[in-house]
Design a protein around this ligand. Structure first.
Ligand SMILES: *[C@@H]1O[C@H](CO)[C@@H](O)[C@H](O)[C@H]1NC(C)=O
Ligand SMILES: *[C@@H]1O[C@H](CO)[C@@H](O)[C@H](O)[C@H]1NC(C)=O
Ligand SMILES: *[C@@H]1O[C@H](CO)[C@@H](O)[C@H](O)[C@H]1NC(C)=O
Ligand SMILES: *[C@@H]1O[C@H](CO)[C@@H](O)[C@H](O)[C@H]1NC(C)=O
Ligand SMILES: *[C@@H]1O[C@H](CO)[C@@H](O)[C@H](O)[C@H]1NC(C)=O
Length: 436
């Protein structure tokens, strides 16, 4: 790795017309090129852009890595699927706002285009690790293109994970195929849109881990996500945008989230100066119960249970035989089918990861009483809860059809009110209680 990494320090200038990019700059303009071996560095020296070879590969990729730490850590790759096979790669931008990587024979290896009309554009590597294209004159916060809108496998502080609904832009992370190959692997992470959107990790096209919807404080599937001194996080969901983002509280901290193909996980690392290494801070999925839909429809996963899968109270295995052989995929059905002509009530379940939100309805202004009534009015409504648990709680989320991917947390879970025939109504607060 080290020898290949050091290849970057060679500067090869083939064309005689070239203006060399000076080492101290953070920008490239339309009359400059960035050759393999040259780099640009963000203003305070946090990030560097240049060509590199990953792992044992000899292929060359344009990427961004930390400049201020000694462990080579690439956070973004431009030409993930189209490497330059020798050291002839050249990065340039042109007057119409195209960013182009070409090789010795001037073949375009990779390009990205400005969405708006460019006027004397500049390509700049920012302190945040964002590579941006902007007009030289004009608002420096308006970007014609930015690498943050085209993530690789890493989510840096300030990056949006999710959707700009106005332009239909969907920002997702995708893992590298291997440490030697940055082309997109199996694992991806983004926001699943619905009335009540939530972050999801996919393996191929299959949902693999579900974060749960945002409850005003955190993602409901991550109760350990607490206020901490290192970073803050937020989830924005309105008619224009739906995204997750975290931000640093202390500028000196270096942290990143990365998807790992090998371990099939989404890992947060924090740089530990005294150890000169990355420390794993948290990893998703955490445990067996984090496997999406493990217990099937209307099942609930309890890590301390034996077996981990149980049917929600008021439900029984759809196939007792399969259930008893620990194949829970068929899930659970009601002990007594819901008869819409009869009276119904709700049973409160506590400490949960809220079910899959694909079939939900949301109203941010309703209170609990109105929410309950709204659910009662529609016989296919199975459950409701506050969409925002801050203070005394507000908003209304309704679930329709089967309840999928519920788990029990020992701490920090949420309440969910599940519809039951009136006869089964009870004062149970938790599903496993023997008193019920
Ligand atoms: C690009 O930057 C170089 C070095 O600062 C400068 O000499 C050149 O005039 C610039 N070109 C344009 C088109 O701005
Ligand atoms: C800039 O590059 C893009 C992509 O290669 C090309 O389509 C476009 O015509 C170029 N514009 C100019 C002004 O050279
Ligand atoms: C440049 O790229 C083209 C297209 O990928 C390829 O056919 C050609 O062999 C490359 N040239 C060199 C010198 O690598
Ligand atoms: C993935 O995890 C393995 C260990 O499980 C580690 O060696 C490797 O560096 C990780 N890759 C990334 C991209 O973090
Ligand atoms: C019940 O809710 C579902 C899902 O939102 C909807 O498709 C259906 O029309 C509703 N039924 C009634 C009677 O309102």
């Amino acid at each position: 790795m080290n020898t290949l990494w050091s290849i970057m320090s060679y500067g090869i200038c083939v064309a005689s017309l070239c203006l060399k990019v000076s080492a101290v700059t953070d920008t490239i303009n339309t009359s400059q090129f960035l050759r393999d071996g040259e780099t640009i560095v963000s203003s305070e020296g946090s990030f560097e852009l240049g060509f590199f070879s990953p792992g044992r590969s000899r292929n060359r990729y344009l990427g961004i890595w930390y400049k201020n730490i000694p462990v080579p850590t690439v956070v973004w790759v431009a030409n993930r699927e189209n490497p330059v096979t020798d050291l002839s790669g050249i990065l340039s931008i042109n007057n119409s706002g195209a960013i182009v990587i070409s090789n010795r024979t001037s073949h375009v290896i990779w390009s990205a285009n400005s969405v708006q009309k460019a006027q004397n554009p500049l390509l700049q590597i920012l302190e945040s690790g964002n590579l941006v294209l902007r007009n030289r004159n004009g608002n420096s916060d308006i970007y014609l293109w930015q690498s943050f809108d085209n993530p690789s496998d890493t989510l840096l502080p300030g990056m949006k994970l999710g959707w700009d609904l106005r332009t239909n832009l969907n920002r997702q992370l995708t893992s590298w195929k291997s440490p030697d190959d940055p082309s997109p692997g199996e694992l991806s992470n983004g926001i699943k849109l619905s009335e009540y959107p939530e972050p999801v990790i996919w393996k191929g096209t299959t949902e693999y881990f579900r974060g749960g919807p945002w409850n005003g404080l955190r993602i409901t599937g991550a109760p350990e996500q607490k206020i901490n001194p290192v970073f803050s996080f937020k989830f924005i969901s309105n008619q224009d945008e739906v995204y997750y983002m975290y931000q640093l509280l202390k500028k000196s901290v270096i942290t990143r989230i990365v998807l790992n193909e090998t371990s099939s996980s989404r890992d947060r690392y924090v740089w530990v100066e005294s150890e000169n290494s990355w420390r794993l801070y948290g990893s998703l999925p955490r445990d067996y119960c984090d496997n999406y839909g493990l217990c099937g429809a209307n099942g609930i996963c309890v890590m301390t249970g034996s077996p981990v899968c149980q049917c929600l109270r008021g439900f029984k295995p759809k196939s007792a035989q399969r259930w008893n052989s620990m194949d829970w995929s068929n899930g659970c059905i009601r002990n007594e089918p819901l008869d819409c002509t009869r009276k119904h009530d709700f049973v409160k379940f506590s400490g949960l990861k809220l079910p899959d939100t694909t079939h939900t309805w949301l109203n941010r202004n309703m209170n609990m009483k109105e929410c309950r009534e709204a659910c009662l009015k529609n016989c296919s409504c199975m459950a409701y809860t506050n969409s925002d648990i801050r203070g005394r709680g507000s908003g209304c989320a309704l679930w329709f059809g089967d309840l999928i991917d519920i788990r029990q947390f020992s701490d920090g879970g949420q309440d969910l009110y599940i519809r039951m025939p009136s006869s089964q109504q009870s004062i149970c607060l938790s599903f496993w209680s023997r008193i019920c």
